[in-house]
Write a protein that binds this ligand. Structure first.
Ligand SMILES: O=P(O)(O)OC[C@H]1O[C@](O)(COP(=O)(O)O)[C@@H](O)[C@@H]1O
Ligand SMILES: [Mg+2]
Ligand SMILES: [Mg+2]
Length: 364
């Protein structure tokens, strides 16, 4: 019998830190605090309908509305509290921002302030909670501007408006059949499975790679009448299958939990699209740049895939607002590049295909 060496998340982070001999350990300590928050959320999610019963966390099914006018489940609120409470006391953070908080979160002056910014979606896919489908948390770590570090002043929105290329780490936790954490500290992507006996994330997926090609795509097709021409073209070609331009059959998936779709794509390839559309002109996309698109984008790119707005690489977008929305396309490199090409040449395609609108399977 061979014995497999088991690594904890802590051991993995220590190993990674060897690349930076002068590192203080703050960064790793922050990531372990985030992991603790994710473990607490995993436990709350696992209680499901038992929530609020004796022995469970005090979670009931009530809802409120968040800053973006979206229904906020009680578990969204609880998850947000876990993130703030488990990370604020460590002395590593200058401030935080979250989907569930209108303004940046200030580290109380009674606590030590540090040099990092934590940005997160505490519970992604939360519309799936009631139907017991996988949800997750997404996070990104940025370095605070130098004057914030030097002065210890309160953080403001502008401090967070850094392009995705500036992220120092990004990750997500997945609360599904097993709880997992997937992480990049800028040196590839590693996946950890929560060992329920030990309460520790154990390294189970040491070097995750997105296959470059795929025959699987994910999009909410109920929005097809609002899609732009390049997206319609791409989806139509996939649906046309073997006899169409692509010469192969495709499969379609839609979980409505972006974090779960990202995980599937990391494991077996695929492409995810929540593109810019014309549904609501005040919202250029559904997903949020700073705490959804950028962290998932960094993970996917670190795994050899690609993340894009369709028009430009996601990670180079200069954010303009904390809760900014954006069109997002990510996954297998060759497919995302194809979608980018279609965006670059829509006029040419229409010329070659005058019946484009009429022939579209998901036409207006
Ligand atoms: O309901 P739709 O339009 O398909 O949107 C689903 C998308 O919304 C999200 O759930 C947004 O995340 P939140 O649950 O954090 O608001 C994504 O995870 C998912 O891809
Ligand atoms: Mg989300
Ligand atoms: Mg959310």
């Amino acid at each position: 019998m061979t014995t497999r060496r088991r690594y904890t998340l802590t051991q993995y982070l220590i190993e990674q830190r060897r690349r930076f001999p002068s590192a203080s350990g703050d960064f790793n300590a922050l990531l372990l605090d985030v992991a603790l928050a994710c473990k607490a959320i995993a436990r709350s999610v696992a209680f499901g309908e038992l929530s609020g019963m004796p022995g469970s966390d005090l979670v009931d099914g009530s809802t409120t509305v968040n800053v973006q006018g979206e229904e906020q489940k009680r578990l969204d609120v609880i998850s947000n509290i876990y993130f703030t409470e488990m990370t604020e006391w460590g002395g590593h953070l200058a401030g935080m921002a979250s989907e569930e908080m209108d303004e940046p979160y200030q580290i109380p002056k009674t606590m030590q302030r540090g040099k990092y910014l934590l940005v997160f979606d505490p519970l992604d896919g939360s519309s799936n909670i009631d139907v017991n489908v996988t949800v997750g948390s997404i996070f990104s770590i940025l370095r605070a501007p130098q004057d914030v570090i030097d002065s210890g002043r309160d953080v403001v929105e502008a401090d967070f408006l850094q392009p995705g290329t500036q992220q120092m780490a990004a990750g997500y936790a997945l609360y599904g059949p097993t709880a997992m954490m997937v992480l990049t500290v800028g040196n590839g992507v590693a996946g950890f499975t929560l060992d329920p006996n030990l309460g520790q994330f154990m390294l189970t997926h040491p070097s995750m790679k997105v296959p470059e090609d795929t025959h699987e795509f994910a999009i909410n097709a109920s929005n097809s009448r609002f899609w732009e021409a390049p997206v319609k073209r791409y989806v139509d070609e996939c649906l046309a299958g073997k006899t169409g331009a692509r010469g192969k059959d495709f499969n379609m998936r839609w979980i409505a939990s972006m974090v779960a779709e990202a995980h599937r794509i990391l494991l077996r390839g695929g492409v995810f699209m929540y593109p810019r559309d014309t549904k609501d002109p005040s919202k250029p996309g559904r997903l949020r740049l700073l705490y959804e698109a950028n962290p998932v984008g960094m993970i996917i790119e670190q795994a050899g895939g690609r993340a894009s707005t369709g028009r430009e690489p996601m990670l180079t977008v200069q954010p303009t607002a904390l809760h900014q929305r954006i069109g997002l396309v990510f996954g297998s490199k060759n497919e995302v590049e194809r979608i980018e090409r279609y965006h670059a040449e829509p006029a040419e395609y229409k010329e070659r295909n005058p019946l484009f609108a009429e022939r579209s399977l998901f036409r207006d």
